[in-house]
Design a protein around this ligand. Structure first.
Ligand code: SAH
Length: 403
């Protein structure tokens, strides 16, 4: 007797068919017209079109509005160990040659855009951090881990789980956020380097996977703009922008964050880079405060201000409020900019499109009544590719002001 359940088969709306055929990686629950049975987290779901032809295959997620995370669309394919291996090799090949020896921290797998929906894999020197944003990977963790260990040299793999998965992971799979899946538990934070700058990453508990690797290009840009400047780094987290600014010759750097924990980390990151004379010479201060309030109330002026807040729109309905908040924050920042000052304004809200964010910052600049020029804009770095519209979250605009 064959006890294997029949394969999970789905039929979807015409609109969803077109979207999936076009390569979009998400199938929403309300697009499903028919299912042959209930599905379990992480099992394969095969989607058929109106002619009953194979359309796509993905991973089923009964608890998420994104009900199927598409792995493959087009011709029928067998998803076996060799298929996963090839997919991993594609992600690794994409990074080949991007980073040289002074950079040991970067993203190896960036979710959907690398063909691994809801899964992120970051490298911090010899530690890998695997972060899961969907339950579909939990029943597949052992096999996924074995593949990563075989193909990527490392001494340790740490598991991180988005908050919504933590109870399920613990109760059904005995997995916890911050669990070390392979290798020794790190004694404290893990040290890695980026363009020769050394940083610590709290891989067990820190935000995201321990560091904001996605801002590498912007940090490098800030380094080139910082010589002789008094710099304010608001929403500084562990001082990533600040250490680069210091290495670039900033006279002073002020790290402003609401979290004391983040500011302690920023101090340690400065200490880690004292071997650079410019870092040792830079006056470093930390301020623990709400950035909106502090910037509004301070009398201090700065020559370079970095404003990189956390996402101000967690949901689509918060978009308009977020755009107003960005405009206000940047107005406050511009008011604290000295003559010839440079504003570096960032947003990591996927629900606020880049054009709308850039417009909001420019409106704030126009309202200031000062002359300004746009220096540049930057979006996704190559190790954080955005393969579809919803994946685009990161954008930064640089404006230089006159009197
Ligand atoms: N720019 C950082 C990443 C910023 S993450 C980097 O490149 O590494 C967002 C940071 O904003 C977090 O450290 C968080 O503690 C801080 N934060 C959140 N709300 C804040 C507020 N109202 N005022 C100041 N800091 C805040």
């Amino acid at each position: 007797m064959d006890l294997k359940p029949t394969r999970l088969r789905l039929r979807v709306t015409a609109a969803a068919e077109t979207i999936v055929r076009g390569g979009h990686p998400w199938l929403f629950a309300d697009s499903i017209r028919e299912m042959n049975r209930a599905g379990a987290a992480g099992e394969f779901a095969v989607i058929f079109d109106r002619q009953d032809k194979f359309l796509a295959v993905g991973l089923f997620d009964p608890d998420s509005p994104i009900r199927v995370r598409i792995l493959h669309a087009g011709k029928p394919a067998t998803i076996d160990a060799a298929w996963w291996q090839a997919r991993l090799e594609q992600a690794l090949a994409r990074r080949a040659g991007l980073f040289d020896a002074p950079t040991t921290g970067y993203r190896l797998i960036h979710g959907e855009s690398d063909g691994w929906p809801g899964l992120v894999l970051d490298r911090y020197d010899t530690t890998l951090v695997l972060k899961l944003y969907t339950a579909v990977w939990l029943p597949r963790l052992a096999e996924t881990l074995a593949l990563f260990r075989e193909k990527i040299g490392c001494e340790r793999i740490v598991l991180r789980l988005s908050r919504n998965l933590q109870t399920l992971a613990e109760q059904q799979f005995q997995r916890r956020d911050g669990q070390v899946l392979f290798g020794d538990s790190p004694a404290g934070a893990v040290i890695f380097s980026e363009n020769g700058v050394r940083f610590e990453a709290d891989v067990l508990r820190g935000q995201k996977t321990g560091f904001f690797l996605d801002q590498r290009e912007n940090r490098a840009e800030v380094e080139t703009l910082a010589r002789g400047k008094n710099v304010l780094n608001a929403f500084s987290f562990s001082g990533g922008f600040s250490v680069y600014a210091a290495r670039g010759g900033a006279k002073s750097v002020t790290d402003l964050d609401i979290s004391a924990h983040a500011l302690e980390s920023a101090k340690r990151n400065f200490a880690l880079n004292r071997n650079f004379p410019a870092v040792a010479a830079c006056e470093h201060q930390t301020v623990q405060a709400d950035a909106f309030k502090w910037i509004e109330n301070t009398a201090a002026k700065f020559d370079l201000i970095v404003l990189d807040p956390p996402s101000l729109a967690r949901r689509a309905v918060e978009r308009e409020g977020a755009i107003r908040a960005y405009e206000r924050l940047n107005s406050l920042g511009i008011a604290r900019l000295s003559r010839d000052g440079v504003l570096v304004a960032g947003s990591c809200s996927a629900h606020v499109p880049a054009v709308e964010f850039f417009d909001a910052v420019r409106r704030a600049a126009v309202r200031s009544g000062r002359k300004f020029t746009g220096l540049k804009t930057l979006q996704h770095p190559p190790d954080h590719p955005a393969g579809f519209k919803e994946a685009e979250y990161l954008k930064v605009i640089y404006l230089k002001f006159a009197a």
